[in-house]
Design a protein around this ligand. Structure first.
Ligand code: MN
Length: 497
C-alpha cells in the first residue's frame, strides 16, 4: 500500500493500537480518578469524545482509559477507541477518505484465521472457571451501564464467535450482552443475524451452542466483524477480513471450558453456551423497561424474551483492559459505516465501473441509514446511471434509508458541502425518488405505522434518493468560483491545506 503510515502495520492487538495512538496529539487520554462503571463512565465520555448521534452537547475527542474503576481491582476500561474516523485511519495506515476502499480490498483478499496452541495465547494468562463457587461476573468484570435506566451492565464491544452446528462454518458479530446473574448473560439478536441462525439450528436439535466473547482486540477485527450480507453471506467468517486488512491471519485459541475458539490475544474472553429453549426478560433485575442506548440515538426497549449464554469461564490477560463503547457514539458510525461504504463500493464498481468516485456513510446517518455517493458523470450516457448507482447502494446494504447523490466537485466528507449541493443543485419535485414500503431496520423509530399511514409494519420504511447532481447537459452553468492557486506557506509557514 503506497500511503501506509509508519507503525499501523505493527498493530496486532489492542495494546499495540493504544501505543500507536499515544504518538499523536489528542488521540488518547487516561485518568486515575476513580470512576463508577454504573452510568458515570459513559456520562464522562459523552462530553469527552462520544460524538455521533449522542445527545448534545458532545464532541469528537480522544479515546479514554479509566485506570481505576470503583469496585474492580486491576481491570481498566477503555472507551471510544474507534470514535473518530481520523483515529481509525491512523490505526489502519490510510487516509480517512480511503477507508471504504481499504475494507473493500480486505474482503477481496480475506485470510482465514488460524488456531495457535494454548501456551501461546495471552488471553488465557489468567483463568476463572464458573464452577468455582466464588465466580461472579458482576464482581469480576466492570461491564458499564451506559445510562442510569439501562436494564443492567452491558458488554458492548464483545466479538461473539461461534460455529454453525451443521456446517462448522464460523461467524463473528457484535451484539448487546446484558449481565443477568453470576454466570448468565442475555444476548439480543436483530432477527436474521447469522449467529442467531446458528443458535436456532442448535436449539432445534435440542443442543446448546458453544460461543466465545472476545473483548479488547485489534480494531481491524472490530470493524471487520460489522460486515453484513450480501457482502458477507452466511458461512463467511468475518475474522478473515481483519486477516486481509493486516495481511496476516487472526490467531485463535481453543476455549478452556467449551468447544469454541476465541481471539488469542484478546484482553478478556468470556466462554459459554447459548442454552436451548431458555429465555429471560432483559430487564428482569431492574424493571426499567429500557435496554441500553442504541445507535440511532434512542434507548432501546428491554426485550421480554432474550436468549441466554450460560458462562463457563472467563479468561484474560494480566491487568486486562475492558473495552466498551456508547451505542450511539461515532464509534458505532465507524464500525457500521465503513463496512457499509465498502459494500456499496464493491457492488457499484462491479456494475458501473468508474462512475462512483467515493462513498461516505456519515455520522448523523448512524453509519447504516444514510450514504452519500460521489459520482463523476463522464458524458451524456452517464445521466441516469447515477440513479442506478443509488439503487445498487440499497441492494448492497438493506438497512440503508437515504442516499444522497453529489458531483465530483463536492466534498462528500463535509456535510456542509453536501447541503450546499442540495441547496443549489436539487429541486424537490424532480430530484426526490421515493421507494415506499421496503423492509429496513427496526431501531429507527420513524419506521412505524404510527408515524406514517404508508408503513404497514414496524421496520418498514420509505427509502429515498436525493439527487443533488447537476444534469449533465447543464454542467457548464454550475462551475464553482475558481480561485488562483497560491503558495500559502509563503504567508503562513507550516500552513497545511
Ligand atoms: Mn456474518
Amino acid at each position: 500500500m503506497s500511503n501506509t503510515l509508519p507503525n499501523a502495520s505493527q498493530v496486532t492487538d489492542l495494546r499495540s493500537a493504544i501505543e500507536l495512538l499515544k504518538q499523536y496529539e489528542g488521540e488518547y487520554i487516561e485518568t486515575n480518578e476513580p470512576v463508577d462503571p454504573e452510568a458515570e463512565l459513559s456520562g464522562v465520555y459523552r462530553y469527552v469524545g462520544a460524538g455521533g448521534t449522542v445527545m448534545r452537547p458532545t464532541r469528537t475527542g480522544p479515546a479514554m482509559v479509566f485506570n481505576k474503576v470503583k469496585g474492580f481491582d486491576n481491570v481498566r476500561v477503555l472507551i471510544g477507541l474507534l470514535a473518530s474516523r481520523e483515529r481509525v485511519a491512523r490505526m489502519f495506515g490510510v487516509e480517512k477518505e480511503k477507508l471504504g476502499f481499504l475494507l473493500k480490498d480486505s474482503v477481496n483478499k480475506a485470510i482465514a484465521p488460524v488456531v495457535i496452541p494454548r501456551e501461546k495465547a495471552v488471553c488465557q494468562e489468567v483463568v476463572h472457571l464458573a464452577s468455582d463457587p466464588a465466580f461472579d461476573l458482576r464482581t469480576l468484570l466492570p461491564a458499564p451501564k451506559n445510562t442510569p435506566e439501562d436494564a443492567g451492565p452491558y458488554f458492548t464491544l464483545g466479538m461473539a464467535y461461534a460455529a454453525d452446528p451443521e456446517t462448522g462454518e464460523h461467524d463473528v458479530t457484535i451484539h448487546r450482552l446484558c449481565v443477568q446473574s453470576r454466570d448468565e448473560i442475555s444476548m439480543y439478536f436483530v432477527p436474521g443475524r447469522h449467529l442467531d441462525q446458528f443458535r436456532i439450528k442448535a436449539e432445534k436439535a435440542g443442543k446448546a451452542l458453544p460461543i466465545t466473547i472476545s473483548i479488547g482486540v485489534d480494531p481491524a477485527i472490530e470493524i471487520g466483524a460489522c460486515f453484513e450480507p450480501p457482502t458477507t453471506p452466511l458461512g463467511f467468517d468475518e475474522l478473515s477480513i481483519a486477516g486481509g486488512l493486516r495481511g496476516r491471519a487472526v490467531e485463535l485459541v481453543e476455549g478452556v471450558s467449551v468447544g469454541a475458539r476465541a481471539i488469542a490475544n484478546a484482553e478478556i474472553v468470556i466462554e459459554g453456551e447459548l442454552v436451548p429453549n431458555y429465555r429471560v426478560r432483559e430487564d428482569q433485575n431492574t424493571n426499567t423497561g429500557k435496554a441500553m442506548p442504541e445507535f440511532p440515538g434512542y434507548t432501546g426497549e428491554a426485550k421480554l424474551e432474550v436468549p441466554v449464554i450460560k458462562v463457563k469461564a472467563v479468561t484474560h490477560r494480566r491487568n486486562p483492559i475492558l473495552q466498551t463503547c456508547i451505542g450511539p457514539s461515532d464509534e458505532h458510525t465507524n464500525m457500521a459505516g465503513i463496512p457499509t461504504e465498502a459494500s456499496i463500493l464493491q457492488l457499484v464498481e462491479r456494475a458501473l465501473p468508474g462512475l462512483v468516485r467515493n462513498v461516505h456513510c456519515p455520522s448523523p446517518g448512524t453509519g447504516k441509514y444514510v450514504a452519500v455517493l460521489q459520482v463523476g458523470k463522464r458524458g451524456p450516457q452517464d445521466e441516469g446511471r447515477h440513479r442506478q448507482a443509488a439503487l445498487l447502494a440499497f441492494a448492497a446494504f438493506s438497512e440503508l434509508k437515504h442516499v444522497f447523490l453529489v458531483d465530483e466537485d463536492v466534498d462528500l466528507f463535509d456535510l456542509s458541502d453536501v447541503i450546499w449541493a442540495m441547496t443549489t443543485r436539487y429541486q424537490g419535485d424532480v430530484d426526490t425518488v421515493f421507494i415506499p414500503g421496503v423492509r429496513c431496520h427496526p431501531l429507527d423509530p420513524s419506521q412505524d405505522p404510527a408515524f406514517s399511514p404508508s408503513i404497514r409494519d414496524h421496520g418498514i420504511t420509505c427509502k429515498t434518493i436525493y439527487d443533488c447532481t447537476v444534469p449533465y447537459k447543464l454542467k457548464e452553468n454550475f462551475q464553482r468560483s475558481q480561485f488562483m492557486e497560491v503558495d500559502v506557506e509563503r504567508f503562513i509557514p507550516g500552513f497545511r491545506k
